[in-house]
Structures are given as C-alpha cells and as structure tokens.
Design a protein around this ligand. Structure first.
Ligand SMILES: C[S@@+](CC[C@H](N)C(=O)[O-])C[C@H]1O[C@@H](n2cnc3c(N)ncnc32)[C@H](O)[C@@H]1O
Length: 205
C-alpha cells in the first residue's frame, strides 16, 4: 500500500511477489513452456507499478535463454515485449511500470553482453514497444486520460521473413464488441524487422 487515500480512491493494493508467482504458475505452459510461448499475449488491466508485467517478462526472457539459441535472443526478447500489454489509471504507477520493464530488458541484455545502450536499435525498439503496449487509461471505459479510445497493436510475425513484424492497430473497445478485433479503423503499417519497429511508417492501406 502506498497510502490509505489511494487504496480508497483507486483500490491500490499490490499483490505480493509470491502470489504473483503462484498465479503465473497456473499459466506456466502458455507463458514459458509450450509452443510459441514467446508470442502468447498477456494483458494486465490494472497494471499498478508493473509487478505482474515484470514477472511475465522475466519468465519469458528466462525461457528464451533456456530454449532458444543466443543469436536469437535480441529478436525474441523484443517479440516477448510485444506480447505483454498493460493499462494503468494513475500517472506515477504507469511511469513506474514502463520504467521497470525497460530496466529489466536492459539488464537481461547487459548480463549477456549484448549492447543495449540508449543509442542502439535494440533499446529504442524495446522502449517503443513498451510505450505502445503499456498505456495510461481507464480499462472500464476503454479511454485514455484525454478521453480518446485506448489503442493497442497486434504484432504479427511475417511468414517467411524471420524477425520481421507486421503491426495491426485496434481499439480496446473493439475487444468488447461481438465483432472481435477492429483492425480496420487505422491505416496499416509496413512490415519491418522488429529491431526497427520504432522507425516504422504507416502505409495508406
Ligand atoms: C489493486 S492495484 C493492483 C496492481 C497490480 N495489478 C497488482 O496486483 O499488484 C490496482 C491498480 O489498478 C489501477 N486501477 C484502478 N482502477 C483502474 C481502471 N479503471 N483502469 C485502469 N487501472 C485502474 C490503480 O491505479 C492501481 O494501480
């Protein structure tokens, strides 16, 4: 708890680490063991300062290290980030959640000798994916603090082009509609290597 006032106003009580781990054990297969575990998506609708998000990322990175060849770790770690989504109402928690994800991602690569300084594509792509996937807003109304629709993106791998990603935006509100994902309201993005996703441009499509 940060303060009684915040508990009362926002229900802000953080889940202890051991409970987070117990809950993630329930989805062990999808998260870190089964086929395509890197791309299995997770959404934290009340992210707080990121304790579930970071635990999910750590497990995915650990599994990538265990199961995949080292040369694929930069790319796969970015696809892992692309699979983790969060929404948080409060500005400070939202900033903390984003910061802890980037710091952990950075730490993983530093420990394995992969350059990940602010000037690298790896860092910039990671920061971009985190900023795009972990948004500040109200899950119940599907709106940002500015009153706009919360927008997420689906990050597809491109068949036959390893390491490439195709971004498809959709609104959170569309997930609640019977029609499912709404991929039609925004222009499409051109496919690109995931390390360059921060430089990607929209097409007219
Ligand atoms: C109970 S805390 C839980 C944080 C984290 N999920 C955990 O289990 O430790 C709830 C968090 O949800 C946020 N929150 C409350 N109502 C929300 C809403 N309608 N949309 C998004 N976030 C919300 C609060 O600001 C707070 O950070």
């Amino acid at each position: 708890m940060k303060s009684r006032q915040r508990v009362k106003a926002h229900g802000e009580v953080f889940t202890p680490r051991h409970m987070v781990e117990q809950m993630l054990d329930l989805v062990h297969e999808d998260l870190e063991a089964g086929p395509d575990f890197v791309d299995k998506t997770f959404l934290e609708p009340a992210a707080g300062d990121g304790n579930f998000l970071i635990a999910i990322l750590r497990r995915k990175l650990r599994a990538i290290k265990k199961q995949l060849p080292p040369e694929s770790w930069p790319t796969e770690s970015l696809f892992a980030l692309a699979s983790i989504y969060g929404i948080e109402l409060l500005e400070d928690n939202h900033q903390d959640a984003r910061a802890v994800m980037l710091a952990d991602f950075h730490g993983f690569h530093q420990r394995h000798g992969t350059p990940c300084g602010p000037e690298t594509d790896l860092h910039q792509a990671a920061a971009f994916l985190i900023a795009t996937n972990i948004v500040r807003g109200n899950t119940l109304t599907s709106r940002t603090a500015a009153g706009e629709d919360i927008q997420f993106s689906w990050w597809h791998r491109v068949e036959g082009k390893p390491g490439e990603v195709q971004r498809d935006p959709f609104t959170l509100a569309s997930l609640r509609d019977d029609g499912g994902f709404d991929f039609t309201v925004y222009n499409a993005y051109t496919a690109c290597p995931i390390e360059k996703v921060h430089e990607q441009e929209k097409t007219d499509g």
